[in-house]
Design a protein around this ligand. Structure first.
Ligand SMILES: [Zn+2]
Ligand SMILES: [Zn+2]
Ligand SMILES: [Zn+2]
Length: 375
């Protein structure tokens, strides 16, 4: 094959991997964040400044790709005479000029962004819209940085295509930009889903969900976040607004999410515990967010003593005397964690010890508290 064509194919391949690295290559070291890690600083510690620098560097480095192609082609295909300008064709001269112009314009653009310590960078301008009239974008940036340092944030994706949800912010990074919205200022809607079969032999398929984040009052542009449907449960835990599913997209849930749903639905049919008037309901000690809303009370039938039980039978349920300390979801997660993880079909009929006193209970014994919240 002609060396020039071969070189072109190889160059396009590597430039493609460099510009939009598949996740397998992200840790392999040929990304801008790995190449410039010293200059970029720490993403965890200084999220916004890290991405201001990353997007600026990305723009400049990517703008050098056409010039790199020209120089490489000149070396690999000397017959094109690319380095003697009087002998190359007018087409190549135009290409060379534009590939020199491109990094020049990018550099001017980044210099403009950099004025007044990055005041003109698109990310900074965006944050300006998120702060109140008297504060600068820097106070919004520091709020985001502080929340991004916390370990309880939700994250998904790779550094240049990251989705992060902190207590107040929802963030998406892309190659040349970062999108930010405040949790109190958004409508979320499930806009689309894609399914990819992992293999044709088993039924396993990965489902990706596209969720549109539409800022309401700040006037920022809407953006779409994309994630694996199995991550939806974790995402929802961190979100304050519901995700509308107007198109009724069927979501593939993770096993634990599906069990939790079945657990909550089953418990709705159980008897309800009416707390004595002096009883004060405290916060759930599992999630520290909801008020405790379940009480374990033996409701199931006790096997009579004279009927011999098979030795492998689960222990009979016992009365638990603990005060309510858990919410329904946390109780469901605890229950699932005590089941045989390889046999999910048996979970609903399984038993578990009370998380506090270890008294055995089954699903029938989980009673909602009258007047308690049950969402
Ligand atoms: Zn809880
Ligand atoms: Zn108990
Ligand atoms: Zn029971």
């Amino acid at each position: 094959m002609d060396t020039a064509i071969l070189y072109t194919i190889i160059y396009c391949f590597f430039a493609g991997i460099f510009v939009a690295p598949p996740s397998e290559f992200v840790s392999a070291g040929i990304t801008i964040q790995n190449l410039l890690s010293d200059w970029l600083g720490s993403e965890d510690f200084n999220f916004i400044y890290y991405h201001i620098k990353r997007t600026s560097a990305t723009l400049i480095v990517h703008s050098l790709i056409p010039l790199g192609y020209y120089l490489g082609l000149g070396l690999f295909a000397p017959e094109l005479n690319l380095f003697s300008l009087d002998q190359t064709g007018i087409g190549w001269l135009v290409y060379l000029l534009s590939s020199l112009l491109l990094p020049g314009l990018s550099a001017i653009c980044v210099l403009y962004w950099h004025r007044k310590k990055w005041d003109y960078h698109p990310i900074a301008r965006q944050l300006n819209l998120l702060g109140d009239a008297n504060s600068s974008w820097r106070s919004v940036a520091s709020s985001i940085n502080v929340e991004f340092r916390r370990v309880d944030k939700f994250t998904s994706g790779t550094p240049s295509r990251l989705v992060a949800v902190t207590d107040s912010w929802i963030i998406k990074t892309s190659t040349y930009n970062v999108y930010v919205a405040h949790q109190n200022d958004i409508h979320l809607s499930l806009s689309d889903s894609e399914e990819h079969a992992l293999s044709y032999q088993n039924q396993m398929a990965v489902q990706y969900l596209n969720i549109q984040v539409s800022p309401v009052e700040s006037g920022l542009k809407p953006f779409t976040i994309r994630l694996n449907s199995l991550e939806l449960g974790d995402l929802k835990e961190k979100l304050q607004a519901p995700i509308r599913n107007a198109r009724n997209i069927v979501i593939h849930q993770s096993l634990s999410d599906r069990f939790l749903q079945a657990f909550v639905e089953t418990v709705q049919h159980n008897s309800v515990f009416i707390p004595p008037p002096e009883m004060e309901l405290e916060q759930c000690i599992g999630c520290m967010q909801k008020t405790s809303n379940v009480k374990l009370q033996r409701q199931c039938e006790v096997p009579p003593d004279d009927v011999p039980q098979p030795p492998e039978a689960a222990p009979a349920c016992l009365q638990c005397f603990c005060r309510p300390m858990w919410c329904l979801e946390c109780m469901g997660k605890w229950f699932a964690s005590r089941q045989d993880q390889l046999r999910p079909d048996t979970w609903l009929s399984g038993k578990s010890p009370c998380p506090t006193c270890r008294a055995t209970f089954c699903l029938l014994d989980v009673c909602r508290i009258h007047g308690g919240t049950s969402d």
